[in-house]
Ligand binder design. Structure first.
Ligand code: NAD
Length: 337
């Protein structure tokens, strides 16, 4: 079976998911939507994607701009098996009824609330829960990062409690309108939404999170403290993550002192768009004292959720019931670790 995939909202996440789907042999893109005739709309067409318009009254603007249009969102929903909704946060839920009406499955993103969709997804921790479901949401970039490193700890050592602090990028690099520009902004609600969000994919976890937003666009950084279920060594934890997909070590002693060098590495690796789908953990920042683990990890917010969307499609259509098989297949197609 080749799953026919539509992307609603060809923005930061949508264009990356479209390209990732195009690299798989068991799914294909049948169309993407734009609302306005921007450079991204032109690029989508030049890449060979059929363009559908989510706001039909804007179709004349595309015609004026000379951008060929295949139809409306409704037309696209008539020819796809699943829609990956990548519209801005809190807007996706407004489309749920439409997707139901057209009888298509839908994947939402982390900007939507779990309660509104009813199910959440992470490739490593709860793929099986999502087998055959019609609607789910891939958890946010930060929650995906937490799940990737914490779930293996739960399995291997048991976890009594997690305290995690998210140091969040302000906006994405392409956003010239949002800040902070010269401030550090704490999230005063404790726990921040990240802890409860992680529990939607690792249900019994005891976790408290705090968050601050800082004036950077490159990546998020997490400072995590984990009370393990037993005494361990740093080497044991490092070995565990070395064998965990989509977790990659970086080394301060090799000059990777900050998120700036991580992104420079991604450029040197010639990844598409300089993306880094893996979660970066500082190997020389992993410390275990008795049964308490301290570590730092960095999240490339624009790309870590992309492979999860691919695995999520496989789970929803039961292309494989084995999450590790899907992860391996996705990683090979995308050239990630
Ligand atoms: P974005 O603003 O970059 O892209 C959204 C796209 O949707 C744009 O192309 C916009 O024109 C289009 N759009 C707007 N309204 C629409 C509508 N009503 N119908 C169809 N399309 C519409 O947003 P993004 O950063 O890609 O975020 C998308 C989702 O992914 C959000 O839920 C967000 O929380 C989540 N997410 C974002 C990031 C990130 O760092 N950018 C990371 C993980 C998850």
């Amino acid at each position: 079976m080749t799953v026919k995939v539509a992307i609603n909202g060809y923005g930061t996440i949508g264009k990356r998911v479209a390209d990732a789907v195009s690299l798989q042999d068991d799914m294909e893109i049948v169309g993407v939507t734009k609302t306005r005739p921007t450079f991204e709309a032109k690029m989508a067409v030049s890449k060979g994607y059929d363009l559908y318009i989510a706001v039909p009254e804007n179709i004349p603007k595309f015609e004026e701009a000379g951008i060929p249009v295949k139809g409306t969102l409704d037309d696209l929903l008539g020819i796809c098996d699943v829609v990956v909704d990548c519209t801005p946060g809190k807007e996706g839920v407004n489309n749920l009824e439409k997707y139901r009406k057209f009888g298509v499955k839908a994947i939402f993103q982390g900007g939507e609330k779990h309660e509104n969709i009813g199910m959440s997804f992470n490739s490593l921790s709860n793929y099986q829960e999502n087998l055959g479901v019609d609607y789910t949401r891939v958890v946010s970039c930060n929650t995906t990062g937490l799940a990737r490193t914490i779930y293996p700890l739960v399995k291997e050592f048991g976890v009594k409690k997690v305290y995690a602090t998210m140091v969040r990028r302000g906006p994405d690099p392409n956003n010239s309108k949002k800040g902070p520009v010269n401030a550090i902004v704490p999230v005063l609600k404790v726990p921040s939404h990240h802890g409860p969000d992680l529990k939607t994919v690792i249900h019994d976890l005891d976790i408290d999170t705090m968050a601050v937003a800082v004036p950077t666009t490159l990546m998020h950084l997490h400072c995590n403290v984990v009370l393990l279920g037993r005494e361990a060594t740093s080497e044991e934890v490092i070995r565990l993550w070395e064998n965990t997909p989509r977790v990659a070590f970086v080394h301060g002693k090799e000059g990777v002192d900050s998120t700036a060098q991580i992104m420079e590495m991604a450029k040197d690796m010639k990844r598409d768009r300089s993306d880094l789908n893996e979660i970066s953990v500082w190997k020389d920042g992993v410390h275990v004292v008795g049964s308490t683990l301290y570590y730092y990890q960095a999240i490339h917010q624009e790309s870590d959720v992309v492979p999860e969307n691919i695995d999520c499609i496989r789970a929803m259509f039961r292309l494989t019931d084995d999450n590790m098989a899907s992860i391996k297949k996705t990683n090979e197609a995308l050239g990630i670790e």
